[in-house]
Structure formats: structure tokens, C-alpha cells
Design a binder for this molecule. Sequence first.
Ligand SMILES: O=C(O)[C@@H](CO)OP(=O)(O)O
Length: 248
Amino acid sequence: MYKVVLFRHGESQWNLENRFTGWTDVDLTENGRAEAVRAGKLLKEAGFKFDIAFTSLLTRAIRTLWTVLDEMGQMYIPVHPDWHLNERHYGALQGLNKAETAAQYGDEQVLIWRRAYAVAPNPLDKEDPRWPGNDERYAHIPKDLLPTTECLKDTVERVIPYWEETIVPFIKAGQNVVIAAHGNSLRALVKHLDHISNDDIVNLNIPTAQPLVYELDERMKPIRSYYLGDAEAIAAATAAVANQGKAK
Ligand SMILES: O=C(O)[C@@H](CO)OP(=O)(O)O
């Protein structure tokens, strides 16, 4: 039996301001940093030890990972930052307030933009400074791979090959793997692992900085999965994420 731990970054400045974030590189709030400390303590108390870590190229996930590893006394392990684990690109919605967008276009339309499997928001122009092709951090990636917008299906199509080709071989080699990522890049991975349908994935929300443990068999099929920490608090945090896209 293999174990892998996933967590979303702690609260970011744009989570606090309720803005569509995507690939925008916002940092953690003070609360987000405290959430990461709590996640590290939980993992340490539960006796987790990691051999290798994977994260996105975005500061909020990297800082959450560093904070967790610091808290666990495991900052020495190798860390692999990779754009394949980045948040879903939110296209032209990036920067807009979610509740204001819902007041303008309706809760239902915002739910479709946030959670429908195959509907992407309007794309960015490639001249737009928000397009990752204009950001030097992505200079090593062929420009035709860099998104102007994404639906969850697009995110699945970049996260799952990275999971299968890069991360799974470490798990199968017996390494204890931890992955720090984002609400929607983790929804992509959980959809794949748990075989969640395109319709049902609409209802899945991932709270910030709550370690999610998957126990996997040798074919990488989940035996069970569970969040560490207080179930009621996790349920409340998950419901709060779902409600971020409502006008009121
Ligand atoms: O704005 C975003 O990039 C994501 C995660 O914070 O939000 P949502 O939950 O609306 O998909």
C-alpha cells in the first residue's frame, strides 16, 4: 500500500478579496501562513515523513509547502516546482471579484465558469501581460503549451500526464510523496483518482491547507482517502469555498 499527501495552498490575498486568481501570482495572507503552520503540525503529529515534494510554480503553493516542511523539520527533502501543477488558468476572469461577477452575470453562470467540466471563461489576448507567455517564469516552456484560458478538462489534460509520468514512478519506487497545489489542479487529480464523473465534479470543492491523504494500491487505485484534522471545520471550509461564487 502506498500513501500520498495532497494539500491546497493556505489562504491567499485574492482568496481573501474573493477574486478569480488562476495563474496570478498572489502570496499568502497572514491567515494563510498560519493555516500552513497548522497543516505542518498536523502532519508531524500524525507521523508523516516525506522523501520528495512536488509543487506548482506559484508562490502561494511553494510558500505553503516550505512552511509545512519547516514545521515538520523536513526542509531538506528535494522539491520539484512544475507548471503542470499550476492552478487552472481563469482567462479573462482573472482579477475580477467573484461575488460582483455573480451579481452581474448571475450565480448560475458563475457556477458554470467555476465548476463546469468543459466550459472555459473567455481567453486572454497573447498581448495581455496576464498571459503566461509574457512572464519570464514560463520562458522555458514552449509558448504553444501556455494557456490563454482553461476549463477543468484542460487542467486534467496537463495535470494527469504529469502525475502518471513524473510523480507515480516515485510513489512506485517507495518514496513518500507530498504535493502542494491548488483548488482546481487538485480537483483534476482527485477526479482522476476517484473516477468522479464530469457532472459530479461540479460539486467537489477543496479547502485551503487541509492535508488530504490517499492510500493507494499498486495500480494507484485509492483504497481510502481522508482529510487530517477536524471534520466539522473541514466541512465548513469546503462549503465556504462553494459559496464564494454567489452574489450574496
Ligand atoms: O480563483 C481561483 O483561481 C480558484 C481558486 O482560488 O477559485 P475557484 O474556487 O473559484 O475555482
